[in-house]
Design a protein. Structure first.
Length: 133
């Protein structure tokens, strides 16, 4: 499978779930302001980032990139909406809690959430798929 969304949709399909009953809820994701993949400059990483950004734009349009495409600021909520729509899930059936695991802070300026990108600890957050009958 190409993505977590594709893998989940394959399982739903294999179990006979109808896409009209599938709802997506995107929770605790990094926002686009700090989820960047620079393609300006030289080297393999810049080339790879440019190819990745171009792929996302070709697949789901410019709404999945915020600002200058050379900065590669990915809007994961829009990418996930596009992936689910590709599988037939109506975009109105996909919502986000608006959490930004990198930027959300308490009034004390302490982070609310763990962020793999910010904390560089090697830890990751959880992807959760729930099937209601």
């Amino acid at each position: 499978d190409a993505s977590v969304v594709d893998a989940a949709m394959r399982v739903f399909d294999e179990n006979g779930s109808s896409v009209e009953h599938i709802r997506g809820f995107i929770a605790c994701g990094i926002g686009p302001t700090k989820f960047f993949h620079h393609s300006n400059g030289k080297g393999a990483r810049a080339t790879m980032n440019a190819q990745m950004v171009n792929y996302f734009v070709e697949q789901w349009g410019t709404t999945c990139i915020i600002g200058d495409p050379a900065e590669g600021r990915l809007a994961l909520t829009e990418i996930i909406r596009g992936q689910l729509a590709k599988h037939g899930v109506h975009p109105a059936h996909v919502v986000s809690d608006g959490t930004d695991t990198f930027n959300d802070v308490w009034s004390t300026k302490q982070p609310v959430w763990h962020s793999h990108r910010r904390d560089a600890s090697g830890e990751r957050n959880l992807v959760l798929v729930i099937r209601h009958r």
